[in-house]
Every structure is written in structure tokens, then in C-alpha cells.
Design a protein around this ligand. Structure first.
Ligand SMILES: Nc1ncnc2c1ncn2[C@@H]1O[C@H](COP(=O)(O)OP(=O)(O)OP(=O)(O)O)[C@@H](O)[C@H]1O
Ligand SMILES: [Mg+2]
Length: 277
């Protein structure tokens, strides 16, 4: 049985940022009336939602609706035209690139591609964030890498290079590396696309295992209702740039709204198509 204390390398999330100790708002993430356009393409229209500390929010919606754009605002890769964005109780909307460095230490994003270092082995990739931590002995780093690798079932490929692995395996390594950073929150962009339905189910199980072990605030962007059902405490459903639904998963699942009903029904029917998405 795995529990969070087995993985507490840093003695708790607040060590990453002393400010969090006196600033613990109920919501870890908050979007308030966020608007974003690219030329005349209005992508986000007064988007508001929040994610409670320790919970997992799933952002769903059709392709091109602004799911990835929303995540990029949190990481500071994009700036809102109007509205406010709060991370860990702090308004980061007007943060400079330099100020976003502290946000990126607290919040890590697992990219679809994995974004691993191709010339480093799997083990070195996972250890990478740990090497920057002062005062960590080599044995501690090795032990933590082993624990994360076992948890994500990549312990047999620690000496391989990322190029030798399948997409699913690479993504599992990327998740291990993200958790090695001991983030307070983690963002997953489409963790189950470009793999077959069995691997997609497996990725979902791995994320669920991480959720149960670490209790980190998470946002998972996906169109995959199977994954959402497994992970979501709350759901944001984007439609034509607006939040068409925000609330608990059970309410989303039971909603009579014809559009939401259609989306759920269609997606539930097409797991096999995940392979090509
Ligand atoms: N850097 C950019 N410059 C111009 N337009 C952009 C940029 N990034 C995103 N867009 C536009 O914003 C819209 C939303 O893109 P986004 O990537 O958030 O979609 P998505 O909901 O993540 O879709 P998918 O499910 O296909 O990943 C799209 O119309 C896209 O063309
Ligand atoms: Mg996207």
C-alpha cells in the first residue's frame, strides 16, 4: 500500500514556497471572467471557474475550444486580454516572466509529447528536477527515482533513452519527472490521446494512483469521458469559448442538457478512435 508520506521528500508542499503557509485559500486556481482573442478569433469569453486545493478538475470540450489555451494562461505562456487569474491565492494575471518562475516551481505541466531530454536516460530524466535540490544525497535521489518509477511502472526501462520507448511509456516517464519536482499542483494536457484504448485506460489508472498517493491539486484537459469519470472531482465544459457547465462530476453526468448529453454519449461510444486523435 502506498501513501503520501512514502513520497514526502520535501516534508510537505509549503517548503517550496514559504508564502503558501499564510496564504492558503480554499481555491488553488481561479479564473475570473477571463477573455482571450487571437486577432478576431475570440477563444475564451468570460471564462470563470475555480479548482479547490487538493481536488482534480477536468476541462472538457470539443477540439479548438480553448482547453490548452486555458492551461497556458496558468503557466504564463499566454496573457489574458481581460479578467483575472489566481494561483495559490495570488493574482498572477500581470506577473512578469521572472515572477512566473515561482509559479512554474509550484505548478508543473505534463505535455502531450512528454518533452523529455532525448540524450538523458529515463532514470536521469526523472532525477533531473531532484538534482537541483540542495542537500539531497545521491542515495536519496536514487531511492526517490526508484519509488516514482515503480509507481508509474517504468522501473524496467530506467537505463533506456526516451526515443526507445512507446508514446505511453514516455508519458509515464514525463509524469514521474513532473512529480519528482514535488509540485503543489499539476496540469495534464490530453494524457490519453495518441495511444490505444488499453494504454489510455492504463494512463488513467496511473494518474489515479498519483492522485491517491499525492493529493495534489490537478487540472486534466481531455475529451475522454472515461478518463474524466475516473478522475474528476469537478468539471469545466467549454463550448464556443464559454463555460457551458462548471460543477461536480455527478451533476455533469446527470445533466439533462442536450449538448452535454450528446457529448457524453458520443464520446462513450468512440474509445477506439482515441488511437487516431
Ligand atoms: N498561439 C496562437 N495563436 C493564434 N491562435 C491560437 C494560438 N493558440 C491557440 N490558438 C487558437 O485558439 C483556439 C483554441 O486552441 P486550443 O489549443 O486551446 O484548443 P483545444 O481546446 O486545446 O483543442 P484540442 O482538443 O484540439 O487540443 C484555436 O482556434 C486555436 O487555433
Ligand atoms: Mg489542446
Amino acid at each position: 500500500m502506498t501513501n503520501a508520506s512514502d513520497f514526502s521528500l520535501h516534508g510537505g508542499a509549503t517548503k517550496l514556497d514559504g508564502a503558501s503557509a499564510h496564504n492558503r485559500t480554499e481555491n488553488f486556481f481561479e479564473f475570473c471572467d477571463v477573455c482571450k482573442s487571437f486577432d478576431d478569433n475570440a477563444v475564451l469569453k468570460n471564462v470563470s471557474f475555480s479548482v479547490r486545493r487538493g481536488e482534480t478538475c477536468v476541462i472538457m470540450g470539443r477540439s479548438g475550444v480553448g482547453k490548452s489555451v486555458s492551461l497556458k494562461h496558468i503557466m504564463g505562456f499566454m496573457k489574458a486580454d481581460s479578467g483575472r487569474i489566481f494561483v495559490d491565492g495570488t493574482d498572477v494575471t500581470d506577473f512578469s516572466e521572472r515572477q512566473f518562475e515561482s509559479v512554474r516551481r509550484k505548478v508543473t505541466m505534463v505535455f502531450q509529447s512528454g518533452a523529455l531530454f532525448d540524450s538523458l536516460t529515463v532514470g536521469e530524466n526523472i532525477a533531473f528536477p531532484l538534482e537541483k535540490q540542495p542537500g539531497l544525497a545521491d542515495e536519496d535521489v536514487d531511492a526517490y527515482v526508484d519509488k516514482l518509477a515503480k509507481m508509474l511502472e517504468v522501473d524496467t526501462v530506467l537505463d533506456k533513452l526516451p526515443g526507445e520507448l512507446s508514446t505511453g511509456m514516455r508519458r509515464a516517464v514525463a509524469m514521474a519527472r513532473a512529480f519528482a519536482q514535488s509540485p503543489e499542483a499539476i496540469l495534464f494536457d490530453e494524457p490519453t490521446t495518441m495511444v490505444d484504448p488499453i494504454m489510455a485506460g492504463h494512463m488513467g489508472d496511473l494518474i489515479l494512483r498519483l492522485k491517491d498517493a499525492f493529493h495534489r491539486t490537478s487540472i486534466v484537459v481531455t475529451h475522454d469521458t472515461h478518463l474524466a469519470k475516473k478522475l474528476a472531482d469537478s468539471v469545466v465544459f467549454l463550448q464556443e469559448g464559454r463555460v457551458a457547465f462548471f460543477g461536480p462530476w455527478d451533476d455533469f453526468e446527470n445533466s439533462k442538457d442536450p449538448f452535454l448529453h450528446n457529448f457524453r454519449a458520443q464520446d462513450a461510444l468512440i474509445p477506439a478512435l482515441d488511437v487516431t486523435l
